[in-house]
Design a protein around this ligand. Sequence first.
Ligand SMILES: [Zn+2]
Ligand SMILES: [Zn+2]
Length: 222
Amino acid sequence: MLALDAAFGHVWAKRETHLVRDLLGTSSGDKIAPRPDGGTTEYSRRSRCGTAKAAALWITTRSPKMSTMPVLEGGCACGELRYRLTSAPMFVHCCHCLNCQRQTGSAFVINMLIEASRVELLAGNPTAVRVPRDEGRLHRIFRCPTCQIAVWSEYSGRSEVLFVRAATLDDPARISPDVHIYTRSKLPWIALPASVPAYAEYYDTEALWPAESLARRKALLG
Ligand SMILES: [Zn+2]
Ligand SMILES: [Zn+2]
């Protein structure tokens, strides 16, 4: 059962496919039923292991969070620069390091880690600015050429992954941090929620990221 599920389902974390029962080769087509919560339940009959004879009934449920999730869009202050994320980010950092504090002039930065290919530029052309960091790694911040608002960053020349600044979303409340990092320099008056992991410095990606995000990262960086 698990092997079959792995073969056919779980492309997204919130889409689940279950084998309900084996059928005896009859087929009456697929059916998609709406659910009261706004999601859908799809009943489909298809063969197991590629054989037409051994049909099976499968149920795929899609939660409303995934199926009706509005796209994440954002931009700069003057409106010249607009972007859209074509999927949820892989992971969201809230970074309390001194570099991020200095660069934002604030207590922390909220970065959405996402494939550059999933950041669709709708308008404008961000300008890259090279910014010094304490440890000497290359860090480029991409800004609107007119109002100079920073929309995302790129670290160590790895242009495949962007760190998109979550507060430039039209609705920043849509995103909340998956982890707090470099809390050693967290400003003392900030109280972190107990429900979100927090680390004095960095963390073990393999231990913390969901499997789906790790697969995306592997596809990107190898
Ligand atoms: Zn602008
Ligand atoms: Zn930082």
